[in-house]
Structure formats: structure tokens, C-alpha cells
Write a protein that binds this ligand. Structure first.
Ligand code: ADP
Ligand code: MG
Length: 256
């Protein structure tokens, strides 16, 4: 049975997609069977895994609306490390179309239940909003990974996300937990980064992952080659950090 995790933060540009793609590749390096679900109409995770988002035969959109299933729509990531349920801008329409459907928050959960046994990990890359798509991710997951930059405004949005997770836990998905906060794009030379990082540890204790992802240009360059940073330049500091994060996740799920 797969453990299912959402990578979520309603802010854009905070490293959700980079984290999802590189954690998928990092876990694959540790011989874990991984499915990456692209739940963002921007399709960045799809492209970052080497899959052309234009003209997908089937995608997350069809799966959510019930005209396809995950086993049909999934594709292998380009260098063949993990599976991807791909997306493109069509998915934006699902937001509206799902409103009419029964069980609308649990469409993804029900779809993933059919392929659950094929994987150790299912990682869901959420869009930058607390929308019906994100709600489907949160209802399907056992836990949430929250990537955040250690800057002043990072903490401000966090309480909205934490409250949403609490509501989903109380009303829709009793399995849901915050697995951890992941410090990303970290620059140790900045005093503010260090202060915010220390504050996070104080408030959230062991909910803050030990691994810290540094700001690293190789991680930013990799998507233009259609590769995860972990595959593009495995010896880079960013790749090494995501591989270490994969190992930390493997350890954590043994305790779940
Ligand atoms: P989100 O999915 O939350 O919108 P992305 O993962 O797309 O965020 O990241 C936003 C931008 O920051 C992208 O251009 C990405 O390449 C870059 N980026 C993400 N993480 C890092 C990092 N650790 N070091 C350098 N650049 C990063
Ligand atoms: Mg993204």
C-alpha cells in the first residue's frame, strides 16, 4: 500500500514542483516505486519529468472527471525512474466541472485507490491555491509536505494552510497530518534565513525536516532539460540535499 503525500503551499514559486519532482527522483534512486501526480494545470511537474504536456492522450483531468483511469493515463518519466499522472491547462476546467459531480472532493482518492498497490510513494504536486483541486489532493493523502522559503512573509501564509489542513482532517480525511515543513532555497549567508529557520524549529519542533534544501542553480536549470535536478547533476548540492530528503522520508514512513 502506497503512502500518499501532498506537496502543498498556496503560495506560488515556493518550490513545490521542484520538491515533488526531485523527491520522486530521489526516492527512485533509493529503489522506491513512485507515482508523481501533477495536480497543477501549469503542468510544470509533467514537463520537469520529461513529458510533453501538449497533446497528452489522457491526464489528471480525465481521471478526475471519470473518463479515464490512472492505469491508462500514467506515463513513465523520461529517464524512466518513476511514473507520472500528467497534466496540462485542461485541468483548470476540472475545477468547475467537478462541482456538479458526486463525491467531488474524493475523486482523486478513489482514482488512486486502484493503483495503490503498484507504489511505495505517491507524491501529489498541488497548485498554488486552496482550491477544489488542492482539496482533492488533501483528501487523498496521508500527509502534507510544506516547502517554504525562510523569509518573513513565509510564516504569514502558513497559518491559513495549517487551518485548512485542520479542517480537512476534522471533516473529510481523518488520516491527514502535516508530515513536515521543508526549508527550501535556503541561503545560509542571510541572517534573516537563519532567524526564520530557528523560529520554525522553535514553533514546529520535529515537524521541521532535518534536511535543508539550499538555493542551487542546478536545480533551477534542470527543468529546461526535462530532467529532475537529481538526475541532471546528481553531484550538485541541490541534488544531494533532495536525495538526503528522500532518505529522511523513507525513515519517517517506517514510523507512520
Ligand atoms: P512552485 O511549484 O511552488 O510554484 P517551483 O518549484 O516551480 O515553485 O519553484 C519556483 C522557481 O524557483 C523555479 O524557477 C525553480 O526552478 C526555482 N527553484 C526552486 N527551488 C530552488 C532551489 N532550491 N534553488 C534554486 N532555484 C530553485
Ligand atoms: Mg508548481
Amino acid at each position: 500500500m502506497a503512502k500518499i503525500f501532498c506537496v502543498a503551499n498556496q503560495k506560488g514559486g515556493v518550490g513545490k514542483t521542484t520538491t515533488t519532482v526531485n523527491l520522486a527522483a530521489g526516492l527512485a534512486k533509493l529503489n522506491q516505486r513512485v507515482l508523481l501526480v501533477d495536480l497543477d494545470p501549469q503542468g510544470n511537474a509533467t514537463m520537469g519529468a520529461g513529458i510533453n504536456k501538449a497533446g497528452l492522450p489522457a491526464s489528471t483531468y480525465e481521471v478526475l472527471l471519470g473518463s479515464s483511469d490512472v492505469a491508462t493515463a500514467r506515463q513513465r518519466s523520461e529517464p524512466g525512474q518513476f511514473d507520472v499522472l500528467p497534466s496540462n491547462r485542461e485541468l483548470a476546467g476540472a475545477e468547475v466541472e467537478m462541482v456538479e459531480l458526486d463525491n467531488r472532493e474524493r475523486r482523486l482518492k478513489d482514482a488512486l485507490a486502484l493503483v495503490d498497490k503498484d507504489y511505495d510513494f505517491i507524491l501529489i504536486d498541488c497548485p498554488p491555491a486552496l482550491s477544489m483541486l488542492t482539496l482533492n489532493g488533501l483528501c487523498a493523502a496521508h500527509g502534507v509536505i510544506i516547502p517554504m522559503q525562510c523569509e518573513y512573509y513565509a510564516l504569514e501564509g502558513l497559518s491559513d494552510l495549517v487551518n485548512t489542513i485542520k479542517k480537512v482532517h476534522a471533516n473529510l480525511n481523518p488520516d491527514l497530518k502535516i508530515i513536515g515543513l521543508l526549508r527550501v532555497m535556503f541561503d545560509p549567508r542571510m541572517t534573516l534565513s537563519q532567524q526564520v529557520s530557528a523560529q520554525l524549529e522553535q514553533h514546529f519542533g520535529d515537524k521541521v525536516f532535518k534536511t535543508i534544501i539550499p538555493r542551487n542553480v542546478r536545480l533551477a536549470e534542470a527543468p529546461s532539460y526535462g530532467l529532475p535536478g537529481v538526475t541532471f547533476d546528481p553531484s550538485s548540492k541541490g541534488a544531494q540535499a533532495y536525495i538526503a530528503f528522500g532518505a529522511e522520508m523513507v525513515k519517517r514512513i517506517k514510523k507512520m
